[in-house]
Each structure stands twice: as structure tokens, then as C-alpha cells.
Design a protein around this ligand. Structure first.
Ligand code: ADP
Length: 412
């Protein structure tokens, strides 16, 4: 097509040193440029140059008209001398005005040429750089709708190498730009809500936790000295409520922190020892309910883990104790797998109905409201911690009744 254009005397693209330019340059020799003639004739039909075979010019015009991209030829004085069919249709431009209308009148509906950072004028930029340039503009189409377009403009030169205008093609990037705008706005909102969340966590940790701790200590002191039964009941209620408030604040801030955490430092850990320690700590609670804790299996390997993983086992074993009937058994098993290990905690409690099996791992989902105390955050925290270990935690029905909570972890 470059040859054809050269033959038609329409343009030449100057070789360009711009590394960003995606356009191949075409040597600027051996033909005469006739900007005044390019498209200046009536009905957008360019008059062929003397001596040039008219069929070739017609062929070139047919080719340009077949292109889906709007293409225009603009001279150094901003006159639009040529528009292919796509450009004429885009701007609903009457071909009689070709060579008379100015580019900023057609696409920007203004009387002065484009300027500034937002709308750099392609004619000026190409004249200054001598290279192909790529700019984003907001145009009005023929119906008056605003469109964001990417313009690629290249210099046109005469035989004497004088700059005499540009040839530009346009690509409608409105959808892309609007999507980018949306993403940018979303990122700003996200940043703002993250800052708010951090502020809220700080307030919880520093400004709510200490007064709650003071209330709990005062209630504990009162309980120690008070002999009146009614007052003791009130103090006990204050003590339990403040204890619950403290747990909630601690859990909620831990979860918020974990949710924004991208990864945790992991180090080879004796997972069996970690589980044994968690079970030992919960021994007194189990004993109180007459529950027998049994640990089976012999994994004897190490797992890349963070100390926070211990709280996952404390939560699962603690829940098993909380939600198991008195005098039942809890079985903790550690088994080696192909590329890791699997830990299971089986209880003889009520079990978890199928529709709730995933939900209980989301925050504030509690199936036993009022019956057993809790915050509804323990499993959500456990899930996040396991995810940060690239592992998996889930629940199944235990054969014979109850539930089995399982954790799958990769080995070192
Ligand atoms: P919490 O126990 O503090 O309420 P969790 O997030 O640890 O919060 O657990 C969410 C809910 O899942 C619990 O309220 C309980 O209804 C249910 N659940 C957890 N573990 C068990 C279990 N072993 N047996 C029966 N239900 C359980």
C-alpha cells in the first residue's frame, strides 16, 4: 500500500527514530507530494496528478475506503484535505467541505487548534518531533457523542523534505479508557477504605481493649470480695461480658490484620509438637466435661509453618470440646500424605448440616447462638491462617455422627 500511496503522491512517512513508534517508515524520495491536491477535489475524490494512471489512484481510494479505521490527511494549517469513508461517516462529514474545514472544528467543535497536555495537537507534535506520534483525544462524533480516541499521526513531506501536514488514523478506545477510569476510581476507594479499616483496628486495639480490660479486672476484684449473692450475680455478668468483649476485639483485629496480610514468614516446624501443645492447653476444659482427648498417628516430619498455625489447632480442638457432649471422645489424628500431611479433629457433637459446612468458615456465622459462648470468628481466622500456608481447611460428617475438621498442609 505504501507504494500505491507514493505513486498517488499522497504522502510519505518520515523514517522515525522514536523507539515507541509502532510504525514502519517509508522512504521519502522519488515522488512529489501534493497536499493541496490530496482530497481537495469535490466529493472527496482526489484529482490524479498529471501523468499518474488514474486507476491506481482509484484503487488507492478504494483501499482506504475499505479500511475500518478512520484516516484523515491534515495540512500544516489544520485543513482536513482528505478523509476515508470511515472518517467521513464517523464525523458525518460532507465531502464538499474537504479542504475547507479545520480539524479542530470537525472533531472538537472549537475554533482554535488543540493544545496543552490533555489535548496535544498532533500536527504541532509531528512538526516538532518529525516523527510519528500517538496521542489520546476526546472527540465529538457526528452525533455529538464524546468518544476517546487514540490518534496515530505521521508526517507528510514534499520532495524538498518540507513538512506539509500529517496523515492520522484513529482508534476508538472509549470503552478501554472508561474501564481504566473505573479501575482507578476503585483503587482510590479501596485505598480509602483500607485506611479506614486500619484506623478502626487501631481504635479497637488501643482505645477499646484497655477500658474493656479495666472493666474485667474491676469485676474480678469485686467478685473476690463481694458476699451478697445478687451483687455477685451482677458482677459475674459484667465479668463474662467484658471477657467476651475482649475476645471479640482481639479476634476481630487479628482477622482484619490477617486479611490484609499477603504472606506469613514460614519456618520448618514440628507440627506434631504444635498439636500436642494445643491439646495439652485444652486438657483442663476437656476434663471439666469428662471428654477424653486421644491423639493418634506418627507423622514425625516438619512442615513450613508460622507460629500462628498453633491457633488453628487450638480453635479446632477448642471447638470440638465446646460443641461435644459431656463424657464423649475427641480424636486427633496426624497422617502423612503424598506431598504433605493431614490433621483431623473428630468429635461426637451434633455435626454441621451440609448447607452450613462452608458458611461456618466465614466471619460471624454461628449455629449455636446463645447455647455455647463464642464470637463466630475463630474458623474464619483459622481458614485465613491455613490459606496463608497454602493449605486447606474444611469439615465433613464423622462416620457415626459428629464432625471431622480437616487441615491439609504441604511438607517442607
Ligand atoms: P465460635 O465457636 O466462636 O462461635 P467459630 O468460628 O469457631 O466461632 O465457629 C463458628 C460456628 O461453627 C460455631 O458457632 C458453631 O456453631 C459451629 N462449629 C464450630 N465447630 C463446631 C463443632 N466441632 N461442632 C459443631 N459445630 C461447630
Amino acid at each position: 500500500m505504501a507504494d500505491l500511496m507514493q505513486d498517488a503522491g499522497i504522502m510519505c512517512l518520515k523514517p522515525c527514530a522514536d523507539p515507541d513508534s509502532a510504525y514502519e517508515s517509508i522512504p521519502a524520495s522519488g515522488f512529489e507530494l501534493t497536499m493541496s491536491e490530496a482530497g481537495a477535489g469535490s466529493h472527496g475524490k482526489r484529482r490524479p496528478q498529471p501523468g499518474l494512471p488514474p486507476p491506481r489512484v482509484q484503487m488507492l481510494e478504494t483501499v482506504l475506503d475499505e479500511l475500518a479505521e478512520p484516516i484523515s490527511v491534515i495540512d500544516a494549517d489544520y485543513r482536513v484535505n482528505y478523509m476515508n469513508r470511515a472518517a467521513r461517516e464517523l464525523f458525518s462529514h460532507n465531502t464538499d467541505f474537504l479542504g475547507l474545514s479545520l480539524c479542530h472544528q470537525i472533531s472538537h467543535r472549537r475554533s482554535t487548534p488543540c493544545s496543552g497536555v490533555d489535548h496535544p495537537c498532533p500536527v504541532t507534535r509531528v512538526r516538532e518531533t518529525g516523527c510519528s506520534v500517538r496521542v489520546l483525544h476526546e472527540h465529538y462524533d457526528g452525533q455529538g457523542a464524546k468518544r476517546v480516541v487514540e490518534i496515530i499521526a505521521s508526517p507528510l513531506r514534499g520532495r524538498d523534505e518540507d513538512f506539509c501536514g500529517i496523515i492520522e488514523s484513529q482508534r476508538d478506545v472509549t470503552a478501554r479508557e472508561r474501564a481504566n477510569e473505573k479501575i482507578k476510581r476503585y483503587a482510590v476507594e479501596l485505598e480509602r477504605s483500607n485506611r479506614l479499616k486500619d484506623l478502626f483496628i487501631d481504635i479497637m486495639r488501643h482505645d477499646l481493649l484497655s477500658p474493656a480490660g479495666v472493666i474485667r479486672s474491676a469485676a474480678a476484684l469485686g467478685l473476690r470480695d463481694e458476699t451478697d449473692a445478687l451483687k455477685r450475680e451482677d458482677l459475674d455478668m459484667i465479668h463474662r461480658s467484658s471477657q467476651r468483649m475482649i475476645e471479640l476485639i482481639q479476634n476481630a483485629s487479628a482477622l482484619a490484620k490477617l486479611e490484609s496480610e499477603g504472606q506469613l514468614p514460614l519456618e520448618p516446624t514440628d507440627i506434631e509438637a504444635m498439636i500436642m501443645a494445643a491439646a495439652r492447653d485444652l486438657g483442663p476444659d476437656a476434663e471439666e466435661k469428662g471428654i477424653r482427648l486421644t491423639i493418634t498417628g506418627g507423622f514425625a516430619g516438619s512442615v513450613p509453618a508460622n507460629p500462628l498455625l498453633a491457633s488453628v489447632f487450638s480453635n479446632l480442638i477448642g471447638n470440638a470440646v465446646k460443641y461435644s457432649p459431656e463424657n464423649s471422645e475427641i480424636l486427633i489424628a496426624i497422617a502423612r500424605e503424598d506431598r504433605g500431611c493431614r490433621i483431623s479433629v473428630t468429635d461426637r457433637g451434633e455435626g454441621i448440616p451440609d448447607p452450613a459446612k462452608e458458611k461456618i468458615f466465614t466471619r460471624f456465622t454461628r449455629l449455636h447462638k446463645g447455647v455455647v459462648k463464642g464470637t463466630g470468628l475463630g474458623l474464619a481466622i483459622a481458614k485465613r491462617i491455613v490459606e496463608l500456608h497454602e493449605g486447606r481447611v474444611w469439615v465433613e460428617d464423622a462416620p457415626g455422627g459428629g464432625s471431622v475438621f480437616l487441615v491439609q498442609l504441604a511438607c517442607a
